[in-house]
Design a protein around this ligand. Structure first.
Ligand code: KIV
Length: 276
């Protein structure tokens, strides 16, 4: 049965860890949902792992909605979280509400996620007031990574750590139902998680968050360009895929595939139709 915001929030109070994985298409969404993953995140990481961009910055609303709709069709019983792409919410509360509503109405998402701290609190407040459940995302925020000095661990010194704590509390106050925390020291993620009533979901933020998220292509060994330190690869599918494709190549070229059992029986002698 599809989880609700209330179910996800009560997992924290019950001490049950939340699992979240990115999903970008119907087949993967169906598989992950059948494994009981709590939240399917249609992350804007799809720009890099599915669409071949160098960052998440170019990803558009249309691209996000296209993939989010596919995930919803593949996993009708899953809690689906849509990632607001860069440029879809930074221009103001009204734009954020209109784009957030598109995720709910057009793609069938249950909630949306957006990056940013104190500067996003008014936007989060407005969206929640409009009926859009919002998850915050602080720490390393890939859409604005260049302003943060690149893909680096955030909140290391006490001043930066205090700022992250303030942001977490402010986003909770603004009405966020949960908080994704990316790439910060484990001890800081632990005290942030303990200070909030809403659940935290960590990536590169240690074991004490209320849940964990990974980009599914990293977990499955499907993205070969680079691998962040925090990733654990649970399967390595790239060599399996390459092996299958190479066998297909050589069997087609060698006349082995398709064999008789892959074809359909003739019901007459079609050679009489031959034109020359
Ligand atoms: O877009 C994404 O995949 C993310 C990751 C941090 C999980 O936001």
């Amino acid at each position: 049965m599809r989880k609700t915001i209330k179910d996800i929030r009560s997992m924290k109070s019950a001490g049950q860890k939340i699992t979240m994985l990115t999903a970008y298409d119907a087949s993967m969404a169906r598989l992950f949902s059948s494994c009981g993953v709590d939240i399917l995140l249609v992350g804007d990481s799809l720009g890099m792992v599915m669409l071949g961009y160098d960052s998440t910055v170019p990803v558009t609303m249309e691209e996000m909605l296209h993939h989010a709709s596919a995930v919803r069709r593949g996993a009708p019983d899953a809690f689906v979280l849509g990632d607001m792409p860069f440029g879809s919410y930074q221009s103001g509360v009204r734009d954020a509400i209109l784009n957030g509503l598109r995720f709910l109405k057009e793609a069938g998402c249950d909630a949306v996620k957006l990056e940013g701290g104190l500067e996003m609190c008014e936007v989060v407040k407005g969206m929640v007031a409009a009926g859009i459940p919002v998850m915050g995302h602080i720490g390393l925020t890939p859409q604005t990574a260049s302003q943060l000095g690149g893909f680096k661990v955030q909140g290391k010194d006490m001043e930066a750590a205090k700022r992250l704590m303030d942001e977490a509390l402010a986003l909770e106050q603004a009405g966020a139902f949960g908080l994704l925390i990316e790439c910060i020291p484990a001890g800081l993620a632990e005290v942030i998680s303990a200070s909030l009533a809403i659940p935290t979901v960590g990536i590169g933020a240690g074991a004490h968050c209320d849940g964990q998220v990974l980009v599914s292509h990293d977990l499955l060994g499907l993205f070969e360009k680079f691998q962040p330190k925090f990733v654990k690869q649970y399967a390595n599918l790239s060599p399996l895929i390459k092996e299958g494709v190479q066998r297909f190549n050589s069997e087609v070229r060698g006349g082995v595939y398709p064999a008789e059992e892959h074809g359909f029986a003739s019901e007459g002698d079609y050679r009489q139709l031959l034109k020359r």
